[in-house]
Ligand binder design. Structure first.
Ligand SMILES: Cc1ncc(COP(=O)(O)O)c(C=O)c1O
Length: 400
């Protein structure tokens, strides 16, 4: 047994979240190590039975009665309230539905409208220059629609780019490629000091580390539920609108579900109060209720415990990579300071594509991001320290 195998055993023995692993289906090739939960979270054990009930009984037997009797109609707000503590939000501010892309559009146009309401001269949107592409595309379209100019900036340089013309700023809490964690409290404060509105994309942080939306006064936020929240492929995303902004939130996608009187079937639009205002059309109930079942794994878990384990996992992975992989063979893109690190490690090497193919063939599942990045995501609820040691060892063998 190597020193690092012994250390992994010790760390696993002291892991207070270790038992959570049994709440997930992690079958597959023998000994597979799943380090791709930052792309698609693993299946929680409770989900298949719940989906079978929703389909067989709620839809199959109760049919249309389920909109009221099975709580389908209110699911977007109810599940929003279930996600709220995971991102540091009080109840009544999050609604679940649509994709992250669609919610980025709602949030960003909504933020610009808030800014322009009092100051029509605000005609600039700042967007994270390193963002996941969809946010950049949507920000470009939102800018055209609202008569704004779009200015891509590195998140750390956003404070210097802010000014009287800034309407809204769209940033990622954790960078999808490098795993860099941006400083949400200070960047939000800088945006506010300039009189603008901050919109945060939480796709790679929610469920992996504390976000503190209310504490830091974030204006609007969006996130997906299929990564660290394990909601399943294409599970609905969510939209946060801070309570004191909800009355002024003017959604660019007003639908009958966000109407104050959805069954009034009126031709004129009166927005509903509260988080409901972020809804659009009929919710995707099958996916949404699968997500609700998936969120039960959070019972009895604190985000702080998850963060502590996440950092221990990424620290240990970096230690093992340092020990096993020949120096200079990979370059670590993920920052080493804890306050700048999300829950993934990104390693750059020229042959990352074929290397990841071989890793997956050997049961170590991470992913490849064009053109040269190996990404390894660490989901504290089901990844253990022995997994980490094995992943680094197999990686070293494949890197030669
Ligand atoms: C940071 C980030 N934003 C937005 C998206 C887009 O999400 P969706 O495809 O669900 O709209 C993703 C998808 O992975 C993402 O990682």
């Amino acid at each position: 047994m190597s020193e690092l195998t012994v250390k992994a055993e010790k760390l696993d023995a002291g892991d207070e979240l270790a038992a959570k692993r049994t709440e997930f289906v992690l079958d597959g090739p023998e000994g597979a190590v799943y380090l791709d939960g930052n792309s698609l979270g693993a299946l929680p054990v409770a989900v298949p039975g719940r989906v079978a009930d929703v389909v067989g009984r709620q839809w199959g037997e109760m049919r249309i009665r389920s909109w009221t009797e099975s709580g389908w109609w209110t699911a977007p707000e109810r599940i929003g309230d279930r996600i709220a503590p995971l991102v540091g939000a009080a109840a009544g501010q999050i609604v679940v539905g649509d994709s992250t892309s669609v919610n980025v559009f709602k949030a960003l146009v909504g933020a610009v409208r808030l800014a322009q309401e009092n100051d029509p001269g605000r005609d600039e949107i700042l967007v994270d220059a390193t963002t996941f592409p969809t946010d950049g595309y949507i920000a470009g379209s939102a800018a055209r629609m609202t008569g704004c100019a779009l200015r891509p900036v590195e998140p750390s340089e956003a404070p210097g780019a802010l000014g009287e013309r800034t309407a809204a700023v769209l940033l990622n809490h954790v960078d999808y490629r490098t795993g860099r964690l941006h400083d949400l409290p200070s960047l939000t404060a800088a945006v506010h000091a300039a009189g603008a509105y901050a919109v945060w994309d939480l796709c790679h942080s929610a469920g992996a580390l504390p976000v503190g939306l209310d504490e830091h006064g974030v204006d609007l936020a969006v996130g997906c539920t299929y990564k660290y929240l394990n909601g399943g492929p294409g599970s609905p995303a969510y939209l946060y609108v801070r309570a004191d902004l909800q009355d002024r939130f003017d959604s660019p996608l007003p639908g009958w579900n966000s109407h104050a009187e959805p069954f009034g079937m009126r031709s004129d639009y009166t927005p509903a109060e509260g988080a409901v205002r972020g809804r659009v059309g009929t919710p995707d109930i099958l996916s949404m209720l699968a997500l609700e079942a998936a969120l039960e794994v959070w019972d009895g878990v604190t985000v702080e415990a998850v963060r502590a384990k996440s950092l221990a996992l990424t620290d240990f992975f970096l230690e093992c990579v340092g020990e096993y992989v020949p120096e200079g063979r990979v370059e670590c893109l993920t920052p080493l300071p804890h306050e700048e690190r999300g829950s993934q490690v990104a390693l750059r090497c020229a042959d990352a594509g074929p290397v990841m193919q071989r890793l997956i063939g050997r049961g170590v599942v991470g992913d490849f991001r064009h053109p040269d990045v190996l990404r390894f995501g660490f989901t504290p609820l089901y990844v253990g320290f022995a997994d980490v040691e094995r992943a680094a060892r197999v990686l070293a063998e494949e890197l030669g």
